[in-house]
Design a protein around this ligand. Structure first.
Ligand SMILES: *[C@@H]1O[C@H](CO)[C@@H](O)[C@H](O)[C@H]1NC(C)=O
Ligand SMILES: *[C@@H]1O[C@H](CO)[C@@H](O)[C@H](O)[C@H]1NC(C)=O
Ligand SMILES: *[C@@H]1O[C@H](CO)[C@@H](O)[C@H](O)[C@H]1NC(C)=O
Ligand SMILES: *[C@@H]1O[C@H](CO)[C@@H](O)[C@H](O)[C@H]1NC(C)=O
Ligand SMILES: *[C@@H]1O[C@H](CO)[C@@H](O)[C@H](O)[C@H]1NC(C)=O
Ligand SMILES: *[C@@H]1O[C@H](CO)[C@@H](O)[C@H](O)[C@H]1NC(C)=O
Ligand SMILES: *[C@@H]1O[C@H](CO)[C@@H](O)[C@H](O)[C@H]1NC(C)=O
Length: 451
């Protein structure tokens, strides 16, 4: 098919859920390609116990394509190194890259481990970049790295990378952190090409791979069965990241009508408003109990975090919801309404379950059922078509915009970027062809992670 580069998923060769000891026989000592030029296919004797590296190198050579794979690396150490583990070796979750003649050209040790007790965290962050004749420089990082500044964002902001390869074993988390959604959001946020290979393991909620340019998504998400898929796509080479300001104003005109439509329309106290659906049979009075009459908002746990939430109660309008110093705003119009409950949600605090990192989030999400107690519960289908503009006064400049539509499909915003003298970040979309599940502005405030 004329492919120039192929990316395999994280843990795809050896599997996962090992202890430090039980992974031992899968480890190979991978030489540092910055100090050794080595083609394992042509020179298999140069390093002992490197059968996996040899096989991958031969695949790259025979297929005449760059090849990116993930495998575990062991690096011997001794007590001349005060950090050397007691078993005399470092064990790293590692991506290897071969050029199209089989030469090992890059090696990356994963920085942000996700409960991988079999592996060590590298003492120093590695910024691994490799050059290709067909698309220039690529950066490489792995799975959970996506959520952190080092090395993912610094590869782009400090090492001028415009292409990313991304082996991953990502567990989907609705409504904001499914695999394809996070991949798409990263490519959108940084205007990069992003080649993401996820494991296909539906029982563990690992599904969703894609090849993304700033404006195109080719992806596969299938949780129904074990069938994987080889994705092939042709991407334009992206130009250096432009300031997002040039995207800002292009789609404002269609929103003028929305903006001027009406002021805040939420009045009254909840369950008796048209459009605010409570599961009345089971939960008499639930809406009144839930909604704070002063702010018309309530709290609920979404993806382990306690969000502030305001329901959409009218077919069109303007809403706002705040959490600490973050205020989120929504101007919307339901063009095809189907008695589905939507809410505007805000969060501005450290996320502390399954990793600790500070997030600022504004999102419009569909609740799983008619009751407000179902908001934040995973849902995958929707029929309501909503034109919207969503924005917030974020304190971080790193915001990942995404739109997830019914049946796990992706859509692209019409417009994203900073407005109001760089004080608010917005995303707008009109005329979606399928129902909205999530419109998210997922902000990462990296500077606050360690506070
Ligand atoms: C991982 O290993 C633990 C302990 O060996 C086991 O209890 C658990 O079920 C395993 N998880 C998966 C996903 O295989
Ligand atoms: C590989 O292992 C053999 C047998 O143990 C040994 O003789 C040889 O020196 C080793 N080669 C390298 C490059 O380490
Ligand atoms: C200890 O490790 C260092 C660095 O890898 C190496 O240069 C040295 O030869 C090792 N010393 C012994 C006694 O193995
Ligand atoms: C969520 O936050 C609100 C407001 O601070 C608090 O009243 C509520 O108890 C919290 N809920 C949970 C489950 O922690
Ligand atoms: C966001 O807007 C709210 C409401 O105007 C304000 O109280 C808050 O200080 C603003 N946050 C920032 C970071 O400017
Ligand atoms: C725009 O922001 C800058 C920097 O925060 C500030 O100095 C300036 O006064 C602002 N301009 C307006 C028109 O608000
Ligand atoms: C907003 O910030 C960008 C990047 O820092 C800058 O180039 C632009 O001039 C700013 N716009 C305004 C209106 O201050």
């Amino acid at each position: 098919q004329g492919v120039q580069i192929i990316v395999f998923p994280e843990d795809g060769i050896h599997g996962f859920n090992y202890s430090r000891e039980s992974i031992y026989h899968f480890l190979e000592t991978i030489p540092d390609p910055r100090s050794v030029k080595w083609n394992p296919c042509l020179e298999p004797q140069a390093f002992n116990n490197t059968e996996v590296l040899q096989r991958l190198s031969c695949m790259a050579k025979e297929g005449r394509m760059y090849l990116v794979a993930n495998m575990p690396d062991k690096q011997p150490c001794n007590n001349s190194d005060p950090h050397c583990p007691s078993d005399g070796r470092y064990q790293f979750n590692t991506d290897v890259v071969f050029s199209d003649d089989g030469t090992l050209v890059a090696r990356y040790h994963k920085q942000n481990l996700f409960f991988e007790f079999e592996f060590d965290t590298p003492r120093e962050v590695e910024h691994v970049v490799f050059d290709t004749p067909f698309a220039g420089k690529f950066g490489v990082f792995t799975c959970f790295d996506l959520l952190f500044y080092e090395p993912a964002v610094s590869l782009i902001e400090k090492h001028a990378v415009q292409q990313i390869v991304f082996p991953t074993a990502w567990m989907n988390l609705l409504p904001l952190l499914t695999a394809i959604q996070s991949q798409r959001a990263f490519a959108t946020a940084f205007n990069v090409n992003f080649l993401a290979a996820n494991l296909h393991h539906p029982i563990l909620r690992m599904t969703g791979s894609g090849i993304y340019s700033p404006s195109k998504s080719v992806y596969y998400h299938n949780e129904e069965n074990e069938e994987g898929k080889l994705l092939v796509a042709e991407l334009p080479i992206t130009s250096p990241t432009k300031p997002q300001t040039d995207q800002v104003l292009q789609m404002e005109s269609h929103l003028d009508s929305l903006k001027s439509s009406s002021p805040l329309v939420v009045t009254g106290k909840g369950s008796h408003q048209p459009g605010l659906h409570c599961a009345k049979e089971e939960r008499e009075g639930q809406c009144q109990d839930l909604l704070d009459p002063a702010t018309l908002s309530f709290h609920a746990i979404i993806m382990y975090d306690n969000y502030t939430i305001t329901p959409l109660t009218e077919p069109m309008g303007n809403l706002q919801v705040c959490y600490k110093s973050l205020c989120c705003y929504l101007t919307y119009e339901l063009t095809a309404a189907h008695k589905e409950q939507y809410v505007l949600v805000a969060f501005d605090d450290p996320h502390t379950v399954e990793g600790t990192f500070y997030i600022q989030v504004c999102a419009l999400i569909k609740c799983a059922g008619p009751g407000l107690d179902t908001c934040g519960v995973a849902v995958k289908e929707a029929t309501s078509i909503i034109d919207f503009k969503l924005w917030g006064n974020f304190s971080t400049k790193h915001i990942f915009p995404d739109i997830l539509a019914s049946k796990m499909t992706l859509d692209l915003p019409d417009s994203i970027g900073w407005e109001n003298n760089n004080t608010t970040y917005h995303m707008s979309k009109k005329g979606m062809t399928s129902g909205l599940i999530t419109a998210g502005l997922y902000g990462r405030w990296y500077e606050r992670d360690s506070l």
